[in-house]
Design a protein around this ligand. Structure first.
Ligand code: C5P
Length: 236
């Protein structure tokens, strides 16, 4: 059973090995954060490691961004739900039928796993979109795909800090917005270009913040996590 945490912080376990990831996880606390397992760690450590995190009472966001034919995505979502993860995601560009199949697969398991959409990757600019046949700005496409995700009954979308205000205004209070690109005040920015502090992101409408290197590279990861949580609390 997962321990329910109120924490809005999801720590990104961007590691290539189970042992490196565990070294960090053992310094954290499931009452103080959730964890994100992405393609790198999942490919290296596999579903048993995800189950291990769940058994350690962490709520896990399995960030595998499924995108395939509806039947395949539905089956992958069902398997993810069986792992007991808290949240999974699919590409909204997979289109309505794929999103409906993903939704139905989770619902048929009577699972509480949250299903989140990915709209346009922040690595894509207008030229990239045009080259793959998508007209308009990244912002236009993000909003259109987020509306599609909402209309199919997904629980929310992943979005950049700069998209928060518009999406919150357009999609209402109940749609989850999960936001990477968050940096504590005064920290090293790294390769993130569109950043906000945790407090700003929450004020702009984020429900959950994905934070990687500010925590994973810290000498005292739990202290950084607690400082971030405090900053968020003071804003809420
Ligand atoms: O280390 P950092 O805090 O930049 O890590 C952010 C996490 O969020 C990484 O796992 C990264 O893959 C993910 N992410 C992101 N930007 C996006 C989507 C996801 O940084 N647009």
């Amino acid at each position: 059973m997962n321990m329910k945490t109120e924490s809005k912080i999801i720590v990104a376990l961007d590691y290539s090995s189970e042992s490196d990831a565990l070294a960090l996880v053992e310094q954290l606390d499931p009452a103080q954060c959730r964890l994100k397992v992405g393609k790198e760690l999942f490919t290296s450590a596999g579903p048993n490691f995800v189950k291990r995190l769940v058994d350690m009472r962490y709520e896990v966001f399995l960030d595998l961004k499924f995108h395939d034919i509806p039947n395949t995505v539905a089956k992958a979502c069902a398997m993810a739900a069986d792992l007991g993860v808290w949240m999974i995601n699919v590409h909204a560009l997979g289109a309505r039928k794929m999103l409906e199949a993903a939704r139905a697969a989770i619902d048929s398991k009577q699972s509480s796993t949250l299903l989140i959409g990915v709209t346009i990757l922040t690595s894509m600019d207008e030229e990239d979109l045009s080259e793959v046949g998508l007209k308009g700005s990244p912002e236009d496409n993000v909003l259109r795909l987020a509306r599609l995700a909402q209309s199919v009954g997904l629980d929310g979308v992943v979005c950049s800090p700069l998209e928060l205000k518009v999406l919150r205004a357009e999609l209402g209070a109940d749609f989850l917005l999960v936001t990477p690109g968050v940096r504590p005040t005064g920290s090293v920015v790294g390769d993130q270009k569109r950043i906000m502090t945790p407090g700003e992101a929450i004020l702009n409408g984020a429900n959950y913040l994905v934070v990687g290197r500010p925590i994973t590279l810290a000498d005292k990861p739990l202290s950084v996590l607690l400082a971030l949580s405090e900053e968020i609390c003071s804003m809420s």
